[in-house]
Design a protein around this ligand. Sequence first.
Ligand SMILES: *Cc1c(COP(=O)(O)O)cnc(C)c1O
Length: 398
Amino acid sequence: MNTREFISIENLYGAFNYNPLNVVITKGEGVWVYDVEDKKYLDFLSAYSAVNQGHCHPRLLEALKKQAEKVTLTSRAFRNEQLPLLCRELCQLTGYARVLPMNSGAEAVETAIKAARKWGYTVKGVENGKAEIIVFDNNFHGRTTTIVGFSSEQKYREGFEPFTPGFRLVNYGDADAVKAAVNSNTVAVILEPVQGEGGIIIPPAGYLKQIEALCRDNNVLLLVDEIQTGLGRCGKMFAFEYENVRPDVLIIGKALSGGFYPVSAVLASDEVLGVFRPGDHGSTFGGNPLGCAVAREALRIIVDEKLPEKSAELGKYFIGLLKTLQNPKIKEIRGLGLFIGVELLPEAGGARKYCEALREEGLLCKETHTHIIRFAPPLVIKKEELDWAFERIRKVLE
Ligand SMILES: *Cc1c(COP(=O)(O)O)cnc(C)c1O
């Protein structure tokens, strides 16, 4: 079957909740993917940073196979030998005391929200039912009904009401807005250190530090969503390290499994994750041995292959290249590590058509919002491959 046939079958039987580029991928290897016509493309999105380690990393494939031959799912009704080791390795890597594993990113965010609320009632002493969580304009934390309920994006919300109360939306990048929103019922602030889906929005220097201080002063938990920015993407293991802050709750996912299998996790202190008692929370697949074995190897690859360091170095290099473009369509180029946004002026007519044109040239990227193209290649990419991509970007923007 060819591309057109696969697309027509999908259009006939699938739901229309995505608007993908018309490339039907059949194989991936490192930074490259191949479509059903055997055309080769450089992946410049990395499944929204879930494949930082590159497609089908051989070590991950081996870990998956090895575990799949033993046991894949026990449920948490019983114990398995992979879960304790993943928890220990995550704590050793990050310095947190406890881990709660889930599957998708949105589930981990939901878990963090539940932990923060219960902490608010049982530790902080907020009156039952009154807990408030501060969230930010332009946020993206996933697609469950609770999470889209506190989105500022009409498209994510419309038609899905009524929503969960208890969230206060404030401007991103303005610490005074948080200060004004905090009250005695505030239990948490949840933020992305760089807003990814929001368009690679990098807050002003010192912002996270200010938010952290506000949280400490008011006995409010700082929840940091590093599902997309973390695990090397922004040039450090976690983007919050740029400001030397210490989130009370760290939420990770995506590259935690290198794209093989959905694995997410919430990391926190004993005080915070300790609020959960048996029966309070769970997931049939959360902490399953297959996912844990894959996540353990995915983390080791990030460390062994120095992916955060590579991202920092190559990110600087690639942003430098992009900044040499003297193109009147470009409004701004911004990024942290290999997490890069090119914002086009409205006159350019939207980022989508450039993504279509780049696909024609063999480079896969995706617009975010209307005018921004995001560049986020797997972190195993080589300098020459970035040069190859740059030539195509230069050509298409001209
Ligand atoms: C992708 C993402 C999520 C949601 O993760 P899913 O696995 O798609 O549920 C949450 N927060 C951020 C910052 C993300 O980028």
